[in-house]
Design a protein around this ligand. Structure first.
Ligand SMILES: [Zn+2]
Length: 402
């Protein structure tokens, strides 16, 4: 198995990877290129102005509609986006949330806190809570990933609102699969293949009469017809193309400015991300580990290594500590979807990537070649890793549907 010599990314990472002649992966070189895009305060101001100029073209002239849709989860990135669009730039956004129904108390608090403190309108869609376990189980069996309803919902529901309310602009913090597929500036090409990469399958493929998943249950998962989106002129724009995005700095600002709450996780050391879903860095991420041999701690350490906050050696320590750890929300998840632990592991059995996993003589799965076997080279001097502590006042292990 090949691993990036700078971060810890393996060759079987989802979405594909390339390595340069020094063995450095394209996510690492991409990060370098990205930070080089914002070199001086003057250039940063210029990029910001370009962004405002594009947005102004979409401002509702007579105030009879919203200026844009911002799909939000209630996490740090959505709060900071809304802060910029509403408070700093004075736009009138409509926030749209797809409720994945695996909410933490912290996430519900953060979403309400955002809407209240920034004074914005929000549409929150909750899918039928009896349907979600059926979809989750089917998604697990099909893709080894429990979250089709969430992947599809977060990309489809805002498009449906754009379609119904005739709001042509979607502002997003990351690549909005299927719509943000052109280069730079305004993204206007809706690419079905790109969308499928983000959501894994369109709703039609999830209809399963035997399991009680009917077409009528999946209305909000159906993408509006392309020609109708074209007629409205639906476009996407990615805020991070124009405004430098440093998640750590952003989170620390939001904690101070808005009382944003973070949440500890049992499968990674980073408490800044995924405060809104207990499942995302829990069972969902553990399934990824069972499939491909790496999890969120590999991602988080990679980000911190690229920023120079952590050495590669320290990153490997994090992977050793977290990636293989069974999640605390396993019992809660299995009860919700009506599955036994044995059934869970039996389904995952066929999903194991032979590039990472092999069986020992006793039939136990063992890593064939983990990152622990790839310690060097040490490019940076030993650094102290620091992260502002934002202690969570009460344990948050609740599972809230709404
Ligand atoms: Zn890398």
């Amino acid at each position: 198995m090949q691993y990036c010599t700078r971060c810890l990314n393996p060759e079987n990472i989802y979405g594909g990877i390339t390595f340069n002649e020094k063995g450095v992966c394209n996510r690492c070189t991409g990060y370098e290129n990205y930070t080089n895009n914002f070199p001086t305060p003057a250039q940063r101001a210029e990029k910001r102005q370009q962004f405002v100029d594009i947005l102004e073209r979409y401002r509702s002239k007579d105030g009879s509609n919203y200026d844009m849709i911002i799909p939000v989860s209630g996490g740090k990135d959505s709060l900071y986006q809304v802060h910029i669009m509403k408070k700093e730039m004075g736009f009138n956004p409509l926030l749209v949330t797809f409720n994945h129904t695996f909410n933490t108390k912290t996430g519900v608090y953060n979403l309400a806190n955002m809407v209240e403190k920034l004074g914005v309108d929000l549409i929150r869609f909750t899918p039928n809570p009896q349907l979600v376990p059926k979809l989750s189980r089917l998604s697990m069996e099909k893709f080894g990933d429990s979250c089709w309803h969430c992947h599809c919902g977060i990309f489809t529901f805002p498009l449906r609102v754009a379609h119904q309310q005739r709001i042509p602009l979607l502002v997003s913090q990351e690549k909005y699969y299927g719509i943000l597929s052109a280069e730079g500036g305004l993204y206007n090409k809706v690419d079905p293949q790109d969308r499928l990469f983000g959501i894994r399958a369109e709703a039609e493929e999830m209809i399963n009469e035997e399991r009680g998943i009917h077409r009528k249950d999946l209305v909000q998962f159906m993408r509006p017809p392309q020609e109708e989106l074209d007629e409205i002129g639906v476009r996407g724009i990615c805020i991070t193309d124009f405004i430098q995005w440093d998640s750590k700095e952003i989170t620390e600002f939001l904690i101070k400015e808005y009382g944003f709450k973070t949440k500890g996780h049992d499968r990674t050391y980073d408490c800044y991300a995924n405060a809104e879903c207990h499942h995302c860095s829990g069972v969902h991420d553990y399934m990824r580990y069972l499939k491909v041999g790496h999890g969120r701690a590999t991602d988080d350490a990679g980000i911190d290594i690229r920023k120079g906050l952590m050495t590669r050696e320290q990153g490997i320590e994090m992977v050793k500590m977290y990636d293989s750890r069974p999640p605390a929300d396993m019992k809660m998840y299995l009860e919700r979807i009506g599955m036994t632990r044995d059934e869970f592991y039996a389904i995952m059995e066929s999903k194991r990537d032979p590039k990472f996993w092999s069986k020992d003589e006793s039939g136990q799965w063992i890593p064939a070649d983990s990152v622990l076997n790839h310690p060097g080279p040490q490019e940076e001097p030993n650094m102290t890793f620091t992260r502002t502590e934002n202690p969570v006042d009460e344990p948050d292990d609740e599972h809230l549907i709404m």
